[in-house]
Design a protein around this ligand. Structure first.
Ligand SMILES: *Cc1c(COP(=O)(O)O)cnc(C)c1O
Length: 395
């Protein structure tokens, strides 16, 4: 792959739309404040709203139910994913939980087998207790999804690419199966962001994000969103906001509104740096394997090229042993050893003992997560510095 140092210029579907992706990111829901003309959406730090008289208000009563800053963010994120509405929550996990909050005992969910570690924890240790049933399959083969769907199945939940193995699932093919079986398809689009992947355009019924990651982009606030394709979904999730209360605070909403304004330029640089780091790792003699959909030997490289307009900056690689991983993670200087991803800074982590510790050794082995694996969220620092840091840490 060609080495590039500047911003990569690509075309993709959503940027040919009018208005284009970046224009919507900067303007949809981000209109100037009608009262003052302030170019940024104000942080409405108010728990309640004065009513003119009984039964007469300006559409706002209590901030768990509605907040103007939150409304603006929900408009902005719905626009970026091509949905009709969105609902934001206190974290990505709160958003995923909100989708399941209306499920009843006996309802069934089909989901990927190598999801973000917190998701099976929620499913197995919280929701199973309420009688909701889960079947885990390798969603990279849509036939596995089809076979697992039952009469009681309410949702198919897919993460693509997955964390940390970067396995890609065919959203359009799974969406066709879901439609024929009348089951809702929910896609976690956290790793690609709406800039590189548009699950709704491919047939998904809802899209989930941990806004904590690329949408916020600066590692300074947690949040989650569910983007809806139908008004009834938005109403139901709005009811969950009100009834269960895991809402996103106005300040955190404002941080994400600020983040999405630069989403396009950040994603381009993340992708540009990600490709170069992946190439470097693939050529390094201390690295046994690299999991990155942008590499030609990735098992779903062709699908990734079709379904995504970039490959992003999440890379997992095999160092061979826990000792090798620990040694390199201790030596990094530009990269920071820490959980999370999607910030401007490069974060490096160890799935087996960090993000995927809760799976247990057996659970990790079953899906192929080894003790020698290291995951990197390539930031937007100068890529030469990231590569030099990884090189000194590996050798
Ligand atoms: C981080 C993450 C989540 C959970 O989001 P939080 O904001 O940490 O609650 C869910 N899915 C993916 C893919 C994630 O990376």
């Amino acid at each position: 792959m060609k080495k590039e140092s500047g911003l990569r210029r690509t075309t993709n579907e959503q940027r040919r739309e009018s208005p284009g992706f970046s224009t919507r990111a900067i303007h949809d829901g981000q209109e100037p404040d009608p009262l003052t003309g302030a170019v940024n959406v104000p942080i409405y730090a108010s728990s309640t709203y004065v009513q003119e008289e009984l039964g007469k208000n300006k559409g706002y009563e209590y901030a768990r139910v509605t907040n103007p800053t939150r409304d603006r963010l929900e408009t902005n994120l719905a626009s970026l994913e091509g949905g009709v509405a969105s609902r934001v929550f206190a974290s990505g996990m709160a958003a995923i939980n909100a989708i399941c909050a209306m499920y009843k005992s006996g309802d069934h969910v089909v989901c990927g087998h190598d999801l973000y570690g917190g998701v099976p924890r929620l499913f197995n240790q919280v929701l199973s207790g309420y009688g909701v049933e889960f079947t885990y399959v390798d969603t990279s083969d849509p036939k596995n999804v089809e076979r697992a769907i039952r009469k009681s199945t309410r949702m198919v939940y897919v993460e693509t690419p997955t964390n940390p193995l970067m396995t890609v699932s065919d959203i359009a093919a799974i969406a066709r199966i879901c439609r024929s079986k009348k089951v809702e398809l929910v896609v976690d689009n956290t790793f690609m962001s709406p800039y590189f992947q548009q699950p709704i355009a491919l047939g998904a019924d809802m899209v989930v994000h941990s806004t904590t990651k690329f949408l916020n982009g600066h590692s300074d606030g947690l949040g989650g969103v569910v983007v809806c394709t139908r008004q009834d979904q938005a109403e139901q999730l709005g009811f969950v906001q009100k009834a269960a209360g895991a809402i996103l605070s106005p300040f955190e909403c404002w941080l994400v509104l600020r983040g999405t304004k630069t989403l396009a330029v950040r994603m381009l640089q993340h992708d540009c740096n990600g490709r170069q780091v992946a190439e470097f790792l693939a050529a390094h003699n201390k690295v046994k394997a690299v999991f990155y959909p942008g590499l030609k030997d990735h098992p779903q490289h062709e699908l990734a090229k079709r379904q995504m307009s970039g490959f992003g900056s999440m890379i997992t690689f095999e160092t061979g042993s826990l000792a090798n991983a620990a040694k390199m993670l201790k030596r990094v200087r530009v990269c920071s050893l820490g959980e999370s991803l999607g910030g401007v800074e490069t974060l490096i982590s160890h799935p087996a003992t960090m993000t995927h510790a809760a799976l247990g050794e057996k659970g990790r082995k079953a899906i192929g997560i080894t003790d020698g694996m290291v995951r990197i969220s390539v930031g937007i620092e100068n890529v030469e510095d990231i590569i030099a840091d990884l090189n000194q840490a590996l050798t």
